[in-house]
Design a protein around this ligand. Structure first.
Ligand SMILES: [Zn+2]
Length: 131
């Protein structure tokens, strides 16, 4: 599959989006698609069962250095996504990206610029960008 450049994606969304040109419609669709991503991830545990959740307090040794934190932080889930759940989650994330691009179009924001700025920011802040 050919890799799509994010600017091309944003342009295609602009071409295709007819029904949700209103900022209110796009905001509510963006929020709706976000909840569908969360729901799809939840269903990997509650319906499919390919993932399980086992959450406990993060237990970081007192003498651990900041750089060591990653190895002590638990994701609180076990297992691997099955192919079906992976496809569903990818699809829901795609829908969410569609409405994120739609919002950017309405607000005249360039998604590629935002991504570049964010990349530079996290690259500069490095390990201190935890919160
Ligand atoms: Zn699954």
């Amino acid at each position: 599959m050919k890799t799509v450049i994010i600017g091309d994606f944003q342009q295609k969304v602009d071409e295709l989006l007819i029904r949700h040109r209103s900022i209110l419609d796009s905001l509510s669709k963006y929020q709706d698609t976000n909840s569908r991503v969360n729901r799809a991830i939840t269903k990997t545990v509650t319906t499919c069962g390919c993932l399980t959740v086992n959450a406990t307090r993060q237990d970081i040794p007192k003498d651990a250095t900041f750089k060591d934190y990653k190895q002590y932080m638990d994701s609180h889930f076990n297992g691997n996504l099955c192919e079906n759940c992976r496809e569903i989650i990818e699809s829901k994330i795609g829908d969410n990206l569609f409405y994120l691009a739609a919002l950017c179009n309405i607000l005249d924001l360039n998604l590629e610029d935002i991504l570049t700025k964010e990349y530079k920011k996290i690259s500069t802040l490095g390990h201190f960008n935890l919160t």
